[in-house]
Design a binder for this molecule. Structure first.
Ligand SMILES: [Zn+2]
Length: 128
């Protein structure tokens, strides 16, 4: 994902993949490309991007978010108008390991057996 120092640059990129946006914070207002640039311009003025770790980024569907490269937290600013608003999304660098990965199968009959089982519930085969 490309990162931008100003929301205007991000908006120009987003305009390649989307033609209508709404505010991620809610509301019925929608913005076309020109209106997006206008609102984004105000955003750049009222919210100077002072930190070295915050950037604007554009998702493939045209969503514009502010990203903190240190905390990996993305906060949506503009969403494609057909997308449901979502609250800030925390992207964890390491996904939790699903407990499904621990499911084993009986060597004899192939039934799934729980990780702490010593014998197959179906056929009684000892589980190693
Ligand atoms: Zn079995």
């Amino acid at each position: 994902m490309k990162l931008y120092k100003t929301i205007i640059e991000a908006s120009i990129e987003a305009a390649n993949t989307c033609s209508e946006w709404k505010l991620a914070s809610g509301g019925d207002a929608t913005f076309n490309k020109d209106e997006l640039f206008e609102v984004a311009g105000l955003y750049d003025v009222t919210s100077p991007n002072e930190s070295d770790v915050t950037y604007y980024c554009v998702f493939p569907d045209g969503e514009i978010a502010i990203a903190n490269t240190e905390t990996k937290i993305y906060s949506s600013i503009f969403l494609p108008s057909n997308q449901t608003p979502s609250s800030s999304t925390a992207v964890s660098p390491e996904e939790e390991i699903s407990s499904d990965d621990q499911i084993r199968f009986c060597e004899k009959c192939g039934s799934p057996v729980s990780p702490d089982a010593h014998y197959c519930e179906k056929c009684g085969m000892r589980i190693r």
